[in-house]
Design a protein around this ligand. Structure first.
Ligand code: FMN
Length: 345
């Protein structure tokens, strides 16, 4: 199967963070950004309660299910379930360094076993029509040279994988915990650019430390896609400029006031199905990142959103100290092009 579709911007899979409520919140901000689930083990996907483990709602598309596993048959079965549930893509985790994951022989330790990853990819592709992709590191402990990563990608691509998402730092499996492994090993963007140069027929996306629209534009001169993790969570409004900047979407991006109003509608809807509002609100703390009033907003939410009887309306109470111009602000890129349009009219 040929897979050449480019999707320049995505939000990384993040355990405990990128659940369906976070994704639904982000969909009020960006319609086109590719979204990922948290990593789900093949065991959970196969044997778990599907609605609870992999359930999602239609507006979350385009959406990727990320799986963790090393057994080709189980990976294939998980991919089949993902496809049946309507996922757009399925991705294998070759980046997680946690001890639990290492014990199961999946995640980053698979960087040392490209044939195993390749066999998984091949079995999955045999089972489904949706694309199968791999998210990996630039290396691990004793395999930290560019050549080691290139060897990994070369072998896995021969089994049929055409899209690789590269977290641009190595993972040290001995001695560093997952958090340390996201901050201590240095970022090596140049290795990812080189990978794209040497494997031009593959889709190569870059991940790690990307924080601004300008960062995204800069990386996209070298690779096919950018994936943001922590910045997407800590500063969700950053994504309000993504549709216009990278997907040529000319519709007016939403202001924070509109995002809040739409998210309240979502909260009310899921509350009818028994979802407690804070399951959604907990993902909204960063909405005013770097803006006046952000502390008051966060404090209000922390002190009130967990209380019984809370509804989405508390979001309006929480914005009381936020100036109107911040609530109604739209991304600079749109304001600029709007001004230009008006001037030329
Ligand atoms: C809280 C948290 C949970 C994460 N969980 C996953 C995961 O489930 N699967 C995965 O491939 N990476 C996971 N990661 C790593 C991110 O996907 C990403 O590769 C990493 O944070 C680097 O990107 P960033 O610098 O933009 O955050 C997680 C990161 C964080 C902060």
């Amino acid at each position: 199967m040929k897979y050449t579709d480019k999707r320049p911007v995505s939000i990384a899979p993040m355990m405990e963070w990128t659940d369906r409520h976070y994704r639904s919140f982000m969909r009020q901000i960006t319609r086109h950004t590719m979204l990922y689930t948290e990593m789900k083990t093949t065991g959970a996907v196969i044997h778990g309660d599907h609605e609870r483990i992999i359930g999602f709602s239609e507006p979350e598309h385009p959406l990727v299910l990320q799986v963790g596993g090393d057994d080709p048959a189980e990976l294939a079965q998980s991919a089949k379930i993902a496809e049946e549930w309507g996922y757009d893509e399925v991705n294998i985790n070759v980046g997680c360094p946690s001890n639990r994951v290492q014990k199961g022989n999946f995640g980053a330790c698979l960087m040392a076993q490209p044939e195993v990853v390749g066999a998984g990819v091949a079995a999955m592709q045999e089972a489904v029509k949706i694309p199968v992709t791999v998210k990996h590191r630039i290396g691990i402990d004793d395999l930290e040279r560019y050549e080691d990563m290139a060897n990994f990608v070369d072998i896995v691509s021969r089994y049929g994988c055409e899209r690789f998402i590269v977290h641009s730092r190595i993972a040290l499996l001995q001695g560093l915990d997952p958090k340390g492994n996201r901050t201590i090993p240095p970022l090596r963007y140049e290795d990812v650019y080189r990978l794209k140069r040497e494997f031009p027929h593959l889709i190569i996306e870059i991940n790690g430390g990307i924080k601004t629209i300008e960062d995204m534009q800069m990386h996209l001169q070298h690779v096919d896609g950018v994936m943001l993790g922590r910045a997407a969570y800590e500063n969700p409004f950053l994504f309000s400029a993504v549709d216009a900047t990278f997907y040529n979407d000319e519709r007016q991006p939403p202001s924070r006031r509109e995002i809040i109003a739409r998210t309240i509608e979502y909260i009310d809807k899921v509350a009818e199905a028994g979802v407690f509002p804070n399951k959604v609100i907990r993902h909204m703390h960063g909405l005013f990142h770097f803006k006046p009033g952000t502390r008051a907003w966060k404090r209000y939410l922390s002190e009130n959103a967990y209380k019984p009887g809370t509804t989405g309306k508390i979001l309006w109470d929480a914005v009381e100290k936020i100036p109107d111009e911040i609530l109604d602000e739209r991304p600079a890129i749109f304001m600029e092009s709007d001004t230009a349009r008006n001037e030329s009219a």
